[in-house]
Design a protein around this ligand. Structure first.
Ligand code: HEC
Length: 128
């Protein structure tokens, strides 16, 4: 009986440490965006939503929230999906394809693109 409990306990410990390791890996995958690198919503962020082969606006075209079309995306995102200054608390950042989109859309944003969106939000999510 004791042996069984020990086995279960060590199994749980193993699973727990494996999940920590996984979290770390995911966090490490996002590259740092240097403080000096300017991020413009219009030039750097909004175009990410209508890239060839990775087109969010195929679905997020006004029929599915948030509306990610050029000229509409900012008002659709802030403040409903984005907490200015806090990417971790922003639903948008958590649900990007490549992170936690409600379902697989057949493509993902790259780690660099996700990091850029995160940095834009953390720096105040300005409409610049
Ligand atoms: C194939 C269609 C499709 C594509 C492509 C797509 N989405 Fe979505 N997305 C949806 C649908 C449908 C929902 C709503 C799912 C639901 O309500 O459960 C959704 C939900 C979301 C949500 C969460 C919204 C909420 O209210 O919870 C975010 C954020 C999002 N999408 C961002 C994106 C971004 C960014 C891209 C492109 C990089 C993208 N999506 C590409 C169809 C798509």
């Amino acid at each position: 009986m004791k042996k069984k409990a020990l086995l279960i306990l060590s199994g749980c410990l193993l699973m727990f440490s494996a999940s920590c390791y996984y979290d770390e890996l995911v966090a490490e995958e996002l590259p740092d965006i240097p403080d000096g690198e300017e991020i413009s919503f219009a030039q750097d962020i909004e175009p990410l939503f209508s890239q060839d082969g990775k087109d969010c606006t195929r679905c997020h075209d006004g029929s599915t929230d948030p509306d990610l079309r050029i000229g509409r995306a900012y008002n659709a995102l802030v403040p409903d999906y984005v907490v200015a200054g806090d990417a971790a608390a922003s639903e948008f950042f958590q649900k990007l394809p490549g992170r936690g989109h409600p379902f697989d859309v057949g493509f993902a944003l790259s780690a660099q693109e996700i990091a850029l969106i995160g940095a834009w939000i953390d720096r105040g999510a300005e409409n610049n």
